[in-house]
Design a protein around this ligand. Structure first.
Ligand code: PHB
Length: 415
């Protein structure tokens, strides 16, 4: 108020001392005036504020899910490496925080610090559902867009109007797998999922779609989310003699443990097929799975073997930022596309950020992703994309999920 009055006061009429004092205030007026605002309040010119745009990246970097955090961060940094870290004249700064695993209280505390102390413009990352669910109310309260780069339980995006998902949902990939299995003549399936929200989503959707197509679910079992011993479950599957087993476990070493135990107990020799979400044969882990993974059929949104110029460029950028020893998986693509979406939104807003306008700008956004084109549904803020059917095959440089069928324009059927 005082400042705006002084803006209109001629400095010539005040004393030299007061003039000095005024200089700062006038500078403040000037900077306000140089920030053009349209009638609707949307500012399209480059931002007056010269400081960095801060993105708080929450993911696990220690414990059994550390590999996933590395992938997400590698993907986000690959985008910045490829496209430059300045958007609409402002530098992008990543503030990376370790949630340590499925630890809702840790995630909440870290998000609080990022919002209150670091004053971030975006919250991002979110590998694990329990952490995303814990942070959603904080994003709402602080009006901060929350860009979900992996966490895949259907309900997450309904928990905050500021949540936007660029990754996938378990129902989105499980429904096409059930349809494909029924079409391929599979009649009886035993389901095994991780005992937490994404597992429950996968189990429910597979069952619903498979039964609607005339299939029979022989039995369903849920295993502990962390460090499960698969042997007793595999014995039960063997005894039940289904034609196939449907499995979801979170990306990482669990997929290898399951497939190795499955092979060792001779279920493959009995003719029992493995149908899985792509989490089970994800690209970071796949090279160490060996023969146990050969022939496994999965559905997912990304394979490192996907052939497109976008994917080739992405893989090169990922290799440059990670030192080349790691194969990018779907979480890396989530990190990359999340950054791409954030950069697009910053451009749209001319670098002048406001949480509510940012969320509006995410709605309906399309990206030329390394997985193929994707869209953020304007109504649900969830991703719409092609889901691929793939089979693990041996190639010259290792095992890959090779795409052989596709379901286009898949929305999350869980909503
Ligand atoms: C999740 O917690 O939402 C989650 C984690 C790992 C996955 C998929 C979903 O591979």
């Amino acid at each position: 108020m005082i400042a705006s009055k002084l803006c209109r006061t001629s400095p010539g009429v005040v004393s030299a001392f007061a003039g000095l004092l005024l200089a700062g205030l006038l500078a403040a007026c000037e900077s306000r005036q140089t920030k053009p605002v349209t009638e609707t309040g949307s500012s399209l010119a480059p931002a007056a504020a010269a400081g960095p745009i801060k993105i708080g990246l929450l993911a696990p970097f220690s414990g059994p899910f550390a590999g996933s955090g590395k992938q997400v961060e590698g993907g986000a940094r690959a985008y910045l490496e490829q496209h430059g870290s300045k958007v609409a004249g402002r530098e992008i700064e990543l503030l990376v925080k370790d949630t340590t695993g499925p630890a809702p209280d840790v995630a909440k505390g870290l998000a609080q610090g990022l919002i209150v102390r670091d004053k971030v413009d975006f919250l991002a990352g979110f590998v694990l559902t329990p952490n995303a669910l814990a942070v959603a109310p904080l994003a709402t309260e602080a009006k901060k867009p929350m860009v979900i780069m992996n966490a895949a339980t259907s309900i997450i995006t309904t928990k905050s109007p500021f949540a936007v998902r660029v990754s996938f949902t378990l129902p989105q990939v499980s429904a096409p797998l059930a349809t494909w299995a029924a079409k391929s003549g599979v009649k009886s399936v035993y389901t095994l999922v991780s005992d937490y929200a994404p597992g429950a989503d996968a189990e429910a959707q597979f069952k619903k779609t498979f039964e609607a197509a005339g299939g029979k679910i022989v039995d369903s079992v849920r295993v502990p989310m962390q460090n499960p011993d698969f042997s007793p479950y595999i014995q039960r599957i063997k005894d039940a003699k289904p034609e196939a087993v449907f499995i979801f476990v979170p990306a990482g070493a669990q997929g290898t443990a399951f497939l190795k135990a499955f092979q060792e107990r001779g279920l493959g020799e009995l003719g029992i097929k493995v149908l899985a979400t792509g989490d089970v044969t994800e690209d970071q882990e796949l090279p160490s799975m060996g023969a146990a993974a050969l022939g496994v059929v999965t559905t997912h949104h990304y394979s490192a073997a996907h052939e497109s110029p976008e994917n080739a460029a992405f893989k090169q950028a990922f290799a440059r930022v990670t030192g080349g020893s790691l194969r990018p998986n779907f979480m890396a693509v989530g990190g990359y596309d999340g950054m791409a979406a954030i950069a697009t939104v910053i451009e749209k807003l001319g670098g002048n950020l406001d949480g509510e306008r940012a969320v509006e700008a995410f709605k309906g956004l399309t990206l030329q992703s390394p997985r193929g084109n994707v869209r953020i549904d304007a109504e649900t803020r969830d991703v719409v994309q092609t889901v691929y059917v793939r089979k693990v095959e041996q190639r010259e440089d290792g095992l890959y999920n090779v795409e052989f069928d596709r379901f286009d324009e898949q929305k999350d059927p869980g909503k």
